[in-house]
Design a protein around this ligand. Structure first.
Ligand SMILES: [Zn+2]
Length: 148
């Protein structure tokens, strides 16, 4: 008679997706604690919500993106011992893991710059294009090397 509880609305699905993303990102942000950590999770979630779901899956499941705050902003692959992870690949060898490191002062920068930096570094991981440490610390100094 009334099936409104059987099929979740778009808003409900979005809320569920957001909650899943928050859980996931909380496990992948390292290096800071307390309120700053919550703020960083909020910004990370915001960026991932704007990325198409398929691309988010690539970043999370294939690139294994991890975020570390107390370094300079860049993106680079690291290779870890497969014994350390649950979802081991069928093939042997080391497992690539993309580390997105973020400058600690980003927390104090305007929200837009924080968001931009995360999106920029995620683009490096998505394209498997190693980032580099920019000379300056402002958005204007960030390189445009992600563009093909
Ligand atoms: Zn870059």
């Amino acid at each position: 008679m009334n099936d409104q509880f059987d099929s979740p609305s778009f808003e409900e699905e979005q809320l569920e997706y957001k909650a899943d993303l928050i859980d996931l990102l909380e496990n992948r942000l390292h290096g800071i604690a307390s309120e700053e950590r919550n703020y960083a999770i909020e910004i990370l979630t915001e960026v991932f919500l704007r990325v198409p779901k398929g691309d988010s899956e690539t970043l999370i499941d294939r690139r294994n993106v991890q975020f570390i705050i107390p370094l300079n902003s860049t993106a680079a692959p690291f290779f870890i011992n497969p014994m350390l992870v649950d979802n081991r690949p069928e093939f042997g060898g080391m497992i690539p893991l993309w580390i997105i490191s973020l400058r600690p002062d980003l927390i104090k920068q305007p929200r837009d710059e924080f968001t931009y930096t995360i999106a920029h570094e995620l683009a490096h991981a998505f394209l498997e294009h190693v980032g580099h440490y920019p000379e300056g610390t402002s958005m204007a100094d960030t390189e445009l090397d992600v563009n093909p």
